[in-house]
Write a new protein. Structure first.
Length: 114
């Protein structure tokens, strides 16, 4: 399974971005898919998860601002980032998981700065 993350960039505080994670496999086959981020000098941290059932979970720091979703027809996972703040800066990674496979995308840089 290969994951390709994209959509990062430079945005001003209060702005929005939409990240995409294209998968080489059927996205509906994964038990769950998640987004993580790694801020400069910090460890990678979990951001959000979308389960096969459609249930979602978010880190407290992004609840209400970020939305995780998927398009089964495009085998693509998304993360809509709204009301971005400088502390949201980092490299964002997507992850796909089943009992037999754990796959990571290569990361996409998000920089929030005025």
């Amino acid at each position: 399974v290969q994951l390709q993350a994209s959509g990062g960039g430079l945005v001003q505080p209060g702005g929005s971005l939409r990240l995409s994670c294209a998968t080489s496999g059927r996205i509906s086959s994964f038990t769950y898919m998640s987004w993580y981020r790694q801020a400069p000098g910090k460890e990678r941290a979990w951001v959000a998860t979308l389960y096969k059932s459609g249930d979602t979970k978010y880190a407290d720091s992004v609840e209400g601002r970020f939305t995780i979703s998927r398009d089964n027809s495009k085998n693509t996972l998304y993360l809509q980032l709204n009301s971005l703040q400088p502390e949201d800066t980092g490299v964002y990674y997507c992850k796909a998981w089943t009992s037999r496979v754990t796959a990571w995308g290569q990361g996409t840089q998000v920089t929030v700065s005025s």
